[in-house]
Every structure is written in structure tokens, then in C-alpha cells.
Design a protein around this ligand. Sequence first.
Ligand SMILES: [Zn+2]
Length: 424
Amino acid sequence: MTRHEFLKMIEVHHRWVQDLAEPIPFSSAELYLDARVADLITENEWNTSKIIRNFMPYVQQMITTMPVPSFSNPDARYWKFDSKGRYSVKGGYQKAIGFYDNPKNQSRNMLEGWWKFIWSISVPPKVRIFWWRLSKDLIPTASNLKMHHIPTAETCHYCGFGKESTIHALFTCHQSREVWKQTTYWSWIKKITNAPTLEICLWLKWTLTKTDFENLAVYTWAFWKARQTAYHGKISAISGMDIHWVLGWLKDYKKAQRSLHVTTQPEPQNSALYWTPPIENHWKLNVDACFNLNSQSFGIAGIVRGSNGEAILAFGRQINQPLSVLGAELLAIKYGILELKEHNLTSVTIETDSLLSKQAVFGEEDYLDYEGIWISEIKEMMKSVAVDNLVHVRRSANVIANALASFSSSSPTPFSWVNGEFPT
Ligand SMILES: [Zn+2]
């Protein structure tokens, strides 16, 4: 079965397993593209041996815990591209133009759901980034390194049994299992087998509550760090490690996030409704960031204008990295200042419509990870580049920067435009 057929297959079986938003991964060729749910039922019971032969362990569990459907209704036609099975003109059109024949679009729902989910979990950004990399098999396990043509033995350094894949390293290596046994997640972890990484991710998302997933996500991150440390000989064995501190760390993070929301104020009503030019020989830099659900990317952009409203500099780029909204707004400010620096522009007021990023730059609060790093970089650069001020404006006074950011969010090519008359 080719990858394309495989995707077709799982689309055909889309959504018959309750609550599973993603297509169902399939692991054997015994069932064909026209297979029906009824093929898995014998005498009003799930045919467990057939299910075991054909589905990944976690899907087996999902299927067999469902009540056997009653067959008083005959099979009905179901428009598989709509969540409620209804045919729509738009869906029909997309089908007609071959939209869903592209394997990329077929697997999109699955990836989009996962990506949005990782986006939404309340964990420190570095844990989110770790999980994003994990699900794309981008963490440096022996197998992943080998896949990227880095000469290394694929065998697990810790147990010596089997390849060190992402799932092996984190969940199925018996050294790892010794650590998981100390946690409340052991009952889930012990069910994991060496399936493709993304499938395990989707299963964890499906089977755990969001809070449990967040806890597990942080444990996994801490565990990976410990495994790396152990590999470099700093501690003798991972099994002896204590990872219980991670929940306290996560709790502190969530508390800090909550207090952040409380201090966020509504848009000030005294600020201007529309953009106004700066005074003569001064400049205004308007920056913005926005997230594009289709491309799953941020766009950041900025524009510098003078006292006659003339645009002299504009830039924008797509950011393909999981960031917080604050992180993206800060990055827009940071890139904006770098552009000012590159073009020797001084006497500039920066305008942002993100009150949170203004507060982050001027406030006393400590931020973690990249947010914290960018805040201190911005503070430093504002001094060296002689930025007059960083002010918050209403969205309606920031429409051009917003439009440029929106454009950049769907355009992989960065742009940097400079007016010819401007000294560079
Ligand atoms: Zn191992």
C-alpha cells in the first residue's frame, strides 16, 4: 500500500470512532479501501483478533471500548469532507477541483489539529517547542541523527536493545520506563509501543485530559534533558533521577501566566483612532504580528514613515516556529529595531497594538525563555539605536503594519523594501 493509498484509507474511515478528530491510522493491508465498520464485527461483537491485526494498539483500544453499533439502519452515504457528513457546495467544489486528492491536504486535518493543540497547551515555551520538534522527529535520538546522515550507531545507548527512535528514547526504552514508573502517567506510558511518533502524540492527546497532557509534556521534556545529561556522563543512570520537581515548576509557570492576564488592561480609550505622522525629522515605526491558521505560521512586519506620511522602509517575514502571541509581537519589535539599525535611522517612535508587549518591555515582570531574552535585547537595542519611545496604539491606528504582517504570514519569502531616496 502506498502512502497515498494509506491516507485515502484513513480518510475513508474518518470519524467513525467517537471523538477522534483525526483519521484513523491503519497498520495492515488486510482491509481494503472499501472496508466497512461491519467488516470488523462478528455476531454483534468486535472481532478483536481482526482489529488487533489491522490497527495500532491505541486504535484497538479506542475501537473495542466503543459499544458495538446497532445495524437497524442501513449504511448511509456520508460526505467524508464535512464534519457532520453533509454535502456542501464549497466542499463539492473543493472535491471537484481535486483539492482532497492531494495527499498534503488529506493529512492536513490531522496535523492541523495536533499543531493547534500543541499551540494551546499551557506550558513554558521551551516545552512547547520541544513537543513540536518531538512530533516531527527532530530531537537528536540515534535514529533521527542517522536519518539525517549523521554517522552514528542506531542502537539505544542505554538498553542496547533496538533502535533509539523518538518513541523508544522517551517511552519504550526500559531505562525510560523505570523513570515513568515513578509518575502517575505510568498506566498510559506502559501502553505505548513502537508506533510512528505522530500517532503516539495523537493518542496521548486523545486519551489524556489537557491538564494531564500538560503535566506529561513537561515530564517528557525534563526526562529528555536528563537522558541527555546522563549520556554525557554527568549522572550515572537516568533511572535514579528525580523528576518530581517539574510539576512544581509548571505550577509556578501557570501562576505567572494567570497574573499576567490579570494585569492586561483593555485598550486605552485616549489613544488616537487613526495613525498620525511624526513631527518633522522624526520617524514612526509601526510593527505587528499575526498568526495564520492555514499556513500555521506567524507573520511579522513593520513600516517606517516620515512626517508627510511617506513610507521609507518596510519589512516582513514568515516565522515558522511555535511562539506565544507575545513572543511574535516581541519578535516584530526586535526585527523592526534591527532594520532601523541597519539603515542608521534615529529619532524613531515605535508603535505596537500589543499592550502586552509594551508592558513586557517596560514592566518588572520576569519572562521565561525566548520571551525574556527578546525583552532584554529590545531594551538594550532601544538605547543603542536611539529609539525615542515604544508606545501602544489602537489596532485602527496600526492597519498597514497589520496588513503587511498578514501578508507575510502566508508568504514564505521575506521582504525588505527601502525607498530609493533613502540613504542606506
Ligand atoms: Zn533503550
